[in-house]
Design a protein around this ligand. Structure first.
Ligand code: DAH
Length: 358
């Protein structure tokens, strides 16, 4: 066998035996690299006589071409094998259980605020908002609570440092100032609810310095107390998800409504369980009344032409009642164990239609 045939056989065998790119590259260098065996043979062509070159040229070039082709084919085969191996090991097993994702919980107050907004939206109420830092006049004065009015004492107000211009800022003690802001900005008919944070300097099992209220305000030419009763009744049925509720309107006093009432709903306390729409107990859930003519006047609305009602309820209290939460304070302590227990999964919002749809 000639040297060329031996070289070809050995090179092709080495190519065949190369099991990865590095081994294949080593074979290529030893055959076709600058100092490779075939490259050295090609270099000898120059020194040959024309006849010799004619005879050897095609043999050596043919050898080079076959070796090059074998290298390329092997390279392609190795690439394919590597890809197959990867596809095999990286295959997605769709039968594996899903890895648990750490999902947050919805705070009961957020949940209840959403529910309340949904229910009132169904009755055609828009949502209005106002600032937490309010001025004295909007929080009290325009609501018919002048300085020295005894009602101010019930509000345990957090005051801010007095301003040079005499305006006194405070942390709003209720959502009622947003009634004023709304009436100053909008002409009747007005139909809004106002969920929001409020502040009072008070702390025990049922009071925290910050808590939440929802205010309601309806102003137009014909609204009367019957409408107020209907709206609150529909709200309670939808919110507590009961087909009917009995309500009691107790005469009360708020400076910004006349007449004023506090509303109790009938319930049944069995041990620690609380049921609505049945039973012999009464539970206070909100304050309300017909908007005082002075308040309308303070907002530039003619009380001889327009009238309406307002109400205010504690959102946290509504959450405690509906979801059986015994203590108010942990609501705002950011304890994740509490939130895990009382919070809501983002996707399982209970039916909101409740009593309204039935
Ligand atoms: N703002 C009152 C409070 O915080 C609650 C309230 C009572 C609001 C009667 C009203 C209302 O709109 O009509 O105690």
């Amino acid at each position: 066998m000639t040297t060329l045939e031996t070289l070809e056989r050995e090179t092709l065998a080495a190519i065949d035996a190369a099991n990865d790119d590095a081994a294949l590259e080593a074979v290529r260098i030893s055959a076709l690299g600058k100092k490779g065996a075939i490259s050295e043979l090609l270099k000898t062509l120059g020194a040959m006589s024309p006849d010799e070159r004619k005879a050897q040229g095609p043999l050596i070039n043919g050898l080079r071409d076959r070796v090059s082709a074998a290298l390329a084919a092997r390279k392609a085969a190795l690439g394919q094998a590597a890809l197959n191996a990867r596809l095999e090991t990286e295959r997605v097993d769709v039968t594996l259980p899903v890895r648990p994702v750490g999902m947050g919980r919805i705070h009961p107050v957020s949940q209840v605020a959403d529910e309340v907004q949904q229910i009132f939206a169904d009755m055609g109420f828009a949502v209005a908002e106002g600032p937490d830092i309010e001025d004295d006049e909007t929080n009290f004065g325009k609501l018919n609570i002048p300085p020295e009015h005894p009602a101010r004492q019930m509000h345990d107000t957090f005051y801010l440092k007095p301003q040079a211009d005499g305006v006194r800022y405070l942390l709003r003690t209720h959502t009622s100032p947003v009634q004023i802001r709304t009436m100053l900005q909008q002409r009747p008919p007005i139909r809004v609810i106002v969920p929001g944070r409020v502040y009072r300097c008070d702390s025990d099992q049922t009071h925290t310095p910050m808590f939440h209220q929802v205010e309601g305000l309806v102003i137009d030419e014909t609204t009367h107390m019957g409408h107020l009763k209907w709206v609150l009744e529909e709200f309670c049925k939808a919110f507590f998800e009961v087909p009917q509720v009995r309500m009691r309107f107790r005469p009360s006093y708020f400076p910004f409504t006349e007449p004023s009432a506090e509303v109790d709903i009938q319930c049944d306390r069995r041990g620690s369980e609380l049921r609505f729409g049945e039973g012999k107990d009464w539970l206070e859930i909100l304050g309300c009344g017909m908007v005082h003519p002075k308040v309308l006047e303070n907002c530039g609305i003619d009380p001889h032409r327009y009238q309406g009602f307002a109400f205010g309820a504690g959102l946290d209290r509504l959450a405690m009642l509906k979801y059986g939460i015994p203590d108010l304070r942990p609501m705002f302590e950011s304890d994740l164990r509490w939130l895990k227990h009382y919070g809501f999964a983002a996707l399982d919002i209970p039916s909101l239609a409740g009593g309204l749809a039935r």
